[in-house]
Design a protein around this ligand. Structure first.
Ligand SMILES: Nc1ncnc2c1ncn2[C@@H]1O[C@H](COP(=O)(O)OP(=O)(O)OP(=O)(O)O)[C@@H](O)[C@H]1O
Ligand SMILES: [Mg+2]
Length: 305
């Protein structure tokens, strides 16, 4: 017995005869975008959605970054809210890491990199000439894609920042900072009996949590994370995601990720970058359930990237 509905069987019949099948109305938009997502015109400096917030932690305006003659960031304006987790997503090479590195002046060390625009952290210009960059990086810490513990003991890795910044007067104070940071990073139980062991002897997931402990040991206000789970297995990834959720109560977190599931799980807001432009910013559910820009929609539905 033929169980196909009349309309489906008619379509199948037309296809079998090589006839052009009319595109159903609900599929038409998708098909057109699928053909040419890259041809969609982006108006420079225009971001759809809600790039601005009340009382932001970071207020970033007209940010432009070039490497030599190549512009990597094109007139981006964005607020990063207090105690929010904001995810940066977008295709490889669209400028996520470049933009992230502007927030604690990590691009300063790249000779050919030129950064323009206005960058305020709690209303203060982070690029003013008298700014102490070491102090800035204590306020705005960073966790990288690949765990990068120093070739020192577990204890010395976490104690490194507090020692440089003179945060402890006595050994017992330093011990407390190390313990608290390892606890917050969910590593204390695994590390407490081997604090003098080399950090490089830990597993990848443990090393990444150690790097998080090292970042939080100096009591930062903002933590920048550039694909922090891309070298981790699913269990270690889940542990780091739990940490992000716990840390979001005390810190502002900016996370670059290639995993849309991760962005959806951990962030409150999501920013979609495309070829140096900031195309769309909105609450994470809104970006994933009803993106407003066709490029965002193409990316999150996996049509390119
Ligand atoms: N140190 C550098 N010197 C020269 N060009 C660079 C440098 N770093 C980045 N770029 C260029 O800037 C653009 C943006 O790169 P960026 O690393 O910020 O992208 P991304 O979105 O983080 O990509 P991915 O997802 O692959 O990490 C690219 O065209 C890249 O080639
Ligand atoms: Mg990157």
């Amino acid at each position: 017995m033929n169980t196909m509905s009349p309309s489906i069987s008619a379509e199948a019949d037309m296809q079998s005869k090589g006839a052009a099948v009319p595109v159903p109305e609900h599929k038409r938009k998708d098909t057109l975008m699928e053909d040419k997502p890259e041809d969609t015109v982006i108006e420079e400096g225009k971001t759809v959605g809600k790039p601005f917030t009340d009382n932001p932690k970071f207020k970033l305006r007209n940010v432009d970054v070039s490497y030599g003659a190549d512009r990597a960031i094109k007139n981006i304006s964005l607020d990063i809210g207090r105690n929010e987790v904001i995810a940066f997503i977008g295709p490889s090479g669209c400028g996520k890491s470049t933009f992230l590195r502007c927030l604690n002046r990590m691009n300063d060390s790249i000779e050919i990199c030129r950064v323009k625009g206005s960058f305020e952290l709690d209303g203060q210009n982070i690029y003013e000439s008298k700014r102490d960059v070491v102090e800035l990086r204590a306020r705005v810490g960073m966790v990288f894609q690949k765990p990068n513990p120093f070739p020192k003991s577990i204890y010395d890795n976490v104690a490194y920042g507090p020692r440089i910044h003179g945060l402890a007067n006595r050994k017992s104070e330093l011990d407390d900072i190390v313990e608290n940071s390892l606890r917050k990073a969910g590593l204390w139980n695994e590390a407490k009996d081997r604090l003098d062991a080399m950090a490089t002897g830990m597993s990848g997931g443990q090393q990444q949590r150690l790097c998080i402990a090292r970042a939080i040991a100096v009591s930062p206000e903002v933590i920048l994370m550039d694909e922090p789970c891309s070298a981790l297995d699913p269990i270690a990834t889940a542990r780091v995601e739990e940490l992000i959720a716990e840390m979001s109560e005390s810190y502002t977190i900016v996370i670059v990720t290639h995993s849309m599931q991760q962005a959806a799980r951990v962030s409150n807001r999501t920013a979609y970058f495309h070829m140096g432009h900031l195309v769309e910013v909105n609450k994470t559910d809104t970006v994933f359930t009803s993106p407003q820009h066709p490029l965002t929609e193409s990316y999150i539905t996996g049509r390119f990237g």
